[in-house]
Design a protein around this ligand. Structure first.
Ligand code: GLP
Length: 237
């Protein structure tokens, strides 16, 4: 596990360079994307680099981590909508090769891992981290062997994400997420965390015991993980 610690601005730039290098060598790489506020700087940087002709996503296939159950992709709080607005519409990716779990067709979750495998498997999976250590929407207690599945969101996750909705009542109670095994199947993983609020869970995840109670701690068992942190998120390491 490699830690890259810098300012928030530099973290976005350094993380973006990882994509420039990867796609330079492997233009048709399969990428795993994440939502949340943390990757926004990175996505802005990727859009800028793509516009400048320094990176191309033309031959990329992508799979997103998760989606709220019950939200259609046109809902402005759906993760499909988030990806379209914050990344896909700003880069040269072929939208028909961008996949986000369906929030409406829950049964289709069972085929998501097969689709990833059929595409060749994920080369680089991007992750944020929830305050309770969740990755994707894999809440504490999720078995390490889980594949893409429907989950009940914890109250703390609903509250943390309520800032994007007009009230907590509108935050969905369930979501479809890649499982822990799905994430661990990626050949390399990049986790990003920013701000003081993530410092304690970063410490627990990467210096504490590996346990399903802290889902991100499983990453200690993966052979190629890079953790991109700003100084605040790294302050308790
Ligand atoms: C959500 C997403 C996660 C994300 C987390 C943290 O719950 N499902 O993938 O990592 O929020 O979000 P933020 O980056 O806004 O702190």
């Amino acid at each position: 596990m490699r830690f890259i610690i810098d300012t928030e601005e530099n973290i976005a730039k350094l993380a973006a360079q990882r994509y420039v290098q990867l796609l330079g060598k492997q233009p048709d790489a399969v990428l795993g994307f994440a939502t949340g506020s943390t990757p926004l700087g990175l996505y802005g940087e990727l859009a800028r680099l793509c516009e400048a002709g320094e990176v191309s996503f033309r031959n990329v296939t992508s799979f997103n981590l998760d989606e709220y159950a019950g939200l259609d992709g046109s809902h402005d709080q759906s993760y499909r909508y988030f990806m379209d607005k914050n990344l896909f519409e700003k880069i040269d990716i072929d939208r028909s090769r961008t996949f986000v779990p369906s929030g409406l067709d829950i049964a289709a979750a069972a085929d998501y891992d097969k689709a990833i495998e059929a595409a060749g498997g994920i080369e680089l999976q991007l992750l944020g981290i929830g305050n309770n250590g969740h990755i994707g929407f894999n809440e504490p207690g999720t078995p390490f062997e889980s594949l893409t599945h429907l989950v009940e969101l914890t109250e703390s996750t609903r509250q943390a994400n309520a800032r994007f909705f007009s009230s907590i009542d509108e935050v969905p109670t369930q979501s479809v997420t890649m499982g822990i095994r799905t994430v661990m199947n990626a050949r390399s993983i990049m986790l990003m965390a920013l701000g003081k609020g993530k410092a304690e869970i970063v410490r627990k995840s990467f210096t504490g015991p590996v346990t399903p109670e802290v889902p991100a701690s499983v990453l200690q068992l993966h052979p190629f993980v890079e953790v991109y942190l700003d100084y605040e998120a790294a302050s308790l390491l």
